[in-house]
Design a protein around this ligand. Structure first.
Ligand code: CMP
Length: 162
């Protein structure tokens, strides 16, 4: 009996699980408002710009990373010459970590924040307005759907997302 039930429902269940995950992928991104921006009191203005651009907040926390946590988050950059500078900066003050939702979230959020180097960012973007340099660039945005999931999972449990 148990075997019959599982045979009958396992494929649709698997399909629905995959479809739900896939459907969410392009709708969510992950962000951090970095220590330069929180320290200068720009958190409220940046969140205002994010919400006005149509993103809804699914999870959010005000947190100060340890050196180990910052190193793990940016592990992919460990071999880069700027790695230690990046880690030192990211632990220099509190950050706001958040999961954001909107259609086409990853690409639209990267448009909203502008180029990594604020000197090359378009007028009106968050980095153009609030960032001082490529190292201290005010805000992070995931660069792909896959990384958005990995980065959101780094900071938030399922119980912390609504
Ligand atoms: P972020 O989008 O958070 O992802 C990696 C970060 O590394 C990037 O923002 C920059 O803050 C930082 N970064 C990239 N290139 C350099 C660089 N040449 N010098 C210092 N920091 C950099």
């Amino acid at each position: 009996m148990l075997k019959l039930i599982s045979d009958r429902y396992i494929k649709p269940l698997l399909f629905l699980t995959f479809a739900a995950k896939f459907n969410n992928m392009s709708k969510q991104t992950f962000t951090m408002i970095k220590p330069d921006a929180t320290g200068k009191g720009h958190t409220g203005a940046i969140l205002d710009q994010i919400v006005k651009a149509g993103f809804s907040i699914k999870a959010m926390k005000w947190i100060k990373l340890t050196e180990e946590q910052a190193g793990l988050f940016y592990d992919i950059h460990r071999a880069r010459p700027f790695f230690q500078e990046l880690v030192d900066f990211m632990i220099s003050g509190p950050i706001v970590a958040a999961v954001l939702e909107k259609d086409n979230a990853v690409a639209d959020f990267r448009t909203l924040i502008g180029a990594t180097n604020p000197a090359q960012a378009d007028e009106g973007t968050i980095r153009k307005i609030f960032a001082a340099s490529i190292g201290e660039n005010a805000i992070h945005g995931s660069d792909s759907d896959e990384n958005a999931i990995i980065e959101a999972d780094f900071f938030f449990s399922k119980l912390e997302r609504f």
